[in-house]
Design a protein around this ligand. Structure first.
Ligand SMILES: CC(=O)N[C@H]1[C@@H](OP(=O)(O)OP(=O)(O)OC[C@H]2O[C@@H](n3ccc(=O)[nH]c3=O)[C@H](O)[C@@H]2O)O[C@H](CO)[C@@H](O)[C@@H]1O
Ligand SMILES: C=C(OP(=O)(O)O)C(=O)O
Length: 428
């Protein structure tokens, strides 16, 4: 197990290239199960969630070969192997094996997923969708059993706008008989990316990116080649880091409209941002004004950037209120930021951040992926050295973050933890 050290106070300068989108990648890989022949996906981020899903594809008989950021998946020998335990619990997106295996084999056994603990993360809307398509779904000892004689298109209204349920129902429906309509669907760019892959495979999907998706089932799907979209959350994380500690930072391989809600808030704070087709250029001038943010489904402010943005607000003048309407309990980073001298009160589910304060280096723990990003940015801003544990979470979603920040001029490194430190962390 490793920990990370960040020596604060060094400015960021130069260019950083954004990797492929984690939340697309983790759906594109399972989607390959549905094809009859080879699927090649280019530009995948080199993160642990992607490799875990590659291993799971191999566990069900797929042949998976990697060439840097490109993966070739041959699904010909895949079988409906039950996956009740093991690696499925290491990440959230293993739930996409439910939709993809149900769609392909009409049956699946998948353990309930892991992923970031952000408060309750039910999958009732996924199950409601599978049942509407004709599957019998049971929960037996922590694994979901799905069986169907046949899948038939249906009209499904999502009670909650859910990224995972929208994609999972799409995966199950593309080979179902007849027409499926998903109403109140989520509109995130990653959903469009998955639909693009499925369409290239021969699926008939209309309306992605709106809240009504129409799917006409087809009997077979072919292999294809697909290039993933850039990671808007990684790009947003670097944009926030650049606002906090940048001199002149260029963020490359971005689709700026995917980040409109973040960029609007940063501009409201007084951070100048230039954008072109695929780059952001940030050369901040201090001081910043505080702003309030409320996370919402896309195109609203993304919950996955709420935690890093909270760190930025510690540097802004006056008081900013952060409210996460998607995950009301996504506030575990607050205690850690307080250890670093942040002045944040939690009241009625909102975090009230008073600034500006000078953060101080401290020993902190990344309780989840974006808490990790929030703490790294805090470490860059702090006086002294910040020591961060919980790197497994960070490695689920950020490709080579230490190297990328080092290239921008940060002083950041990793070291192996002693057995004593590991035990102390496990008992805390
Ligand atoms: C792998 C992946 O893509 N993860 C992203 C995905 O997670 P994930 O797809 O799990 O999140 P959802 O969009 O499903 O969740 C949105 C909200 O709906 C609720 N809900 C969801 C499903 C359900 O069946 N019932 C239900 O009540 C959730 O508790 C949450 O409050 O979208 C989240 C919200 O943008 C992001 O934070 C995650 O990074
Ligand atoms: C919550 C996240 O991921 P996951 O859904 O994979 O846990 C995230 O990417 O911020």
């Amino acid at each position: 197990m490793q920990k990370m050290f960040v020596e604060g106070g060094h400015f960021l300068n130069g260019k950083v290239r954004i990797s492929g989108a984690k939340n697309s990648a983790v759906a594109l890989l399972p989607a390959a199960i549905l094809a009859d022949s080879d699927v090649t996906i280019e530009g995948l981020p080199q993160i642990s969630d992607v490799y875990t899903l590659g291993d799971l594809l191999e566990e069900i008989g797929g042949s998976v070969s990697w060439d840097g950021q490109t993966v070739h998946i041959d699904p010909a020998k895949m079988i409906a192997m039950p996956l009740p335990n093991g690696k499925v619990k290491k990440l959230r997106a293993s739930y996409y094996f439910m939709g993809a295996m149900l769609g392909k084999f009409k049956k699946a056994v998948i353990g309930l997923p892991g992923g970031c603990f952000l408060g309750p993360r039910p999958i009732d809307q996924h199950i409601k969708g599978f049942e509407a398509l004709g599957a019998e779904v049971t929960n037996e000892q922590g694994a979901i059993y799905l069986r169907a004689k046949e899948l038939t298109g249906a009209r499904i209204y999502l009670d909650v706008v859910s990224v995972g349920a929208t994609i999972n129902i799409m995966l199950a429906a593309v080979k179902a008989k007849g027409k499926t309509i998903i109403e109140n669907a989520a509109k995130e760019p990653e959903i469009i990316d998955v639909a693009t892959l499925l369409t290239n495979m021969g699926a008939k999907i209309k309306g992605v990116g709106t809240d009504v998706i129409r799917i006409e089932g087809v009997p077979h799907l072919n292999g294809c080649r697909h290039t993933i979209i850039p990671d808007r959350i990684e790009a947003g994380t670097f944009a926030i880091a650049a606002a906090a500690m940048g001199k002149e930072v260029t963020i490359d391989n971005v689709i700026p409209p995917h980040l409109e809600s973040l960029l609007a808030k940063m501009r409201e704070m007084g951070v100048p941002i230039e954008e072109n087709n695929e780059q952001l250029f940030i050369a901040p001038k201090q001081p910043f004004k505080s702003v309030d943010i409320k996370t919402l489904v896309y195109p609203g402010f993304p919950t996955d950037l709420q935690q890093p943005f909270t760190t930025l607000l510690t540097k802004a003048e006056s008081t900013g209120v952060v409210t996460d309407t998607i995950y009301t309990a996504r506030l575990k980073h607050i205690d850690e930021l307080r250890r670093m001298n942040a002045s944040i009160k939690v009241e009625g589910g909102s975090a009230i951040v008073s600034g500006p304060v000078q953060l101080q280096g401290a020993k902190v723990n990344a309780t989840d992926l974006r808490a990790g990003a929030a703490l790294i940015i805090a470490g860059l801003m702090a006086e002294g050295i910040t020591e961060i544990t919980g790197l497994d979470h960070i490695d689920r979603g950020y490709e080579k973050i230490t190297e990328k920040l080092t290239n921008l001029g940060a002083k950041i490194w990793r070291d192996t933890m002693t057995q004593e430190e590991v035990e102390e962390l496990q008992n805390s």
